[in-house]
Design a protein around this ligand. Structure first.
Ligand SMILES: Cc1ncc(COP(=O)(O)O)c(C=O)c1O
Length: 402
């Protein structure tokens, strides 16, 4: 049962914030400074900043081994990687994406001259609603499914593969936030034609910035390498119409390589923070920690999502986020990009009315979990949430007064 801190006055009711310094969202894992300094000295000694240097090559080999795939190809960031993936698959036409998707997923399709087609989600898992997906595949004849593994979780790849194969469409994954997660006991990387990961610093494995495309397909890998940079430099040149400069620099590769060596430590810290939140919130009515994915998923806990039942908790997810921000705790609601005017046509077909994705998104609050959060802070945030629930009526009135 959570302990409610009765001594402390909540910030939204006029008390001092829970912490002086803001507690941020995101993983923000930094490698050991001395290791990074040595790696940087080597970069200077070699006088080699970029163009698929020795560190970028070593990172690709290490990531291929970690993800259990034949090829891992690093890029400037994950959005560029998603655009390259669509180009390498030769996609033309409609591509199914999740209605819960992040902005970049659908944006990558616009850059690749494809048309996103939103599919609703299963509110239990956050994965694509397989019934709706089946009818979209039959009626709208998309050329591919761009599925999403988000917030450190994993969608059921086997079920998606079966549907994609039966309808003869390509399947690839935006797994930007889920490097290190597993489904069916296998680490993500080899699902579908390709999986794309992000090395942005909010994610488990940071390269300061960066993206990774994983595949077991030799021809696709050759194609990606060719359009990624320098017109196939060092590789067999295959004919492509569009190329891009999507390289990863040696400095980024050094950060990612050193972070990769410590990934088990980061995973253990995430687990322990998750458990601390879980203990602190036990017994608080109307909130539960929510992990995307079904029973086959082993998440990395890189993002902590709290699912709020407004009737039982007394505040909506958006109100809870506001009240926590007053405490100097970064708390974010989940934006629904599908309602952006850019996607009006894409949403019209299947997602005209309020979707399950929106209902799910509107019930979620993302809380800090990462290198800049201590176990004591996680416990204190849990107690603050319990106190907000206990005084929900006054908190709501205070928020309404502004
Ligand atoms: C689901 C998803 N896809 C793509 C991206 C884009 O990643 P990047 O910032 O590396 O371009 C992000 C970024 O967080 C993401 O969350």
């Amino acid at each position: 049962m959570s302990q409610i801190d009765t001594e402390r006055q909540l910030a939204v009711l006029g008390g001092a914030p829970l912490t002086e310094q803001n507690v941020p969202l995101g993983q923000h894992n930094f490698p050991d400074w001395h290791a990074y300094e040595a790696a940087f000295r080597d970069i200077f000694n070699r006088q080699y900043y970029t163009n698929h240097g020795p560190l970028a090559q070593r990172l690709e080999a290490s990531l291929a081994e970690y993800c259990g795939v034949r090829h891992a190809m690093c890029t400037t960031n994950a959005e560029i990687a998603l655009v390259l993936a669509a180009q390498a698959l030769g996609l033309r036409g409609k591509v199914v994406v999740s209605a819960l998707g992040h902005a970049w997923t659908a944006q990558s399709l616009l850059w690749a001259d494809c048309e996103p087609l939103f599919c609703d989600v299963d509110t239990a898992t956050g994965g694509l609603d397989l019934g709706m997906l089946e009818s979209i595949l039959a009626e709208d004849r998309p050329v591919a499914i761009l599925a999403m593994n988000a917030w450190g979780g994993a969608d059921n790849a086997a079920a998606l593969r079966e549907l994609a194969d039966r309808h003869g469409v390509a399947l690839y994954f935006d797994s930007a936030q889920s490097l290190g997660a597993r489904t069916n006991s296998r680490r993500l990387g080899g699902n579908g034609a390709m999986e794309v990961f992000s090395l942005h610093s909010e994610n488990l494995l940071s390269g300061a910035e960066g993206g990774v495309i994983c595949t077991d397909d030799d021809a696709l890998a050759a194609h990606i390498r060719n359009i990624r940079s320098n017109y196939g430099m060092g590789n067999v040149i295959v004919p492509v119409v569009k190329t891009s400069n999507g390289r990863l620099s040696e400095a980024q590769a050094a950060v990612a390589l050193h972070n990769l060596q410590r990934i088990d430590e980061y995973l253990a810290r995430n687990r322990s923070l998750f458990d601390s939140y879980s203990a602190a919130l036990r017994g608080v009515p109307g909130v539960m920690l929510w992990q995307p994915g079904d029973e086959t998923a082993e998440p990395t806990h890189q993002n902590l999502l709290l699912r709020v039942d407004e009737a039982a908790f007394g505040l909506s997810a958006a109100e809870l986020a506001l009240a926590l921000r007053a405490e100097n705790i970064s708390a974010r609601t989940v934006p629904v990009w599908l309602r952006s005017p850019v996607y009006a046509d894409a949403a019209r077909r299947h997602c005209q009315d309020e979707t399950q994705a929106e209902r799910l998104a509107h019930s979620l609050v993302q809380l800090p979990l990462g290198a800049r959060v201590s176990v004591r802070q996680a416990e204190a945030i849990g107690r603050a949430i319990a106190a907000l629930q206990a005084q929900a009526g006054s908190v709501r009135a205070a928020l309404r007064r502004g």
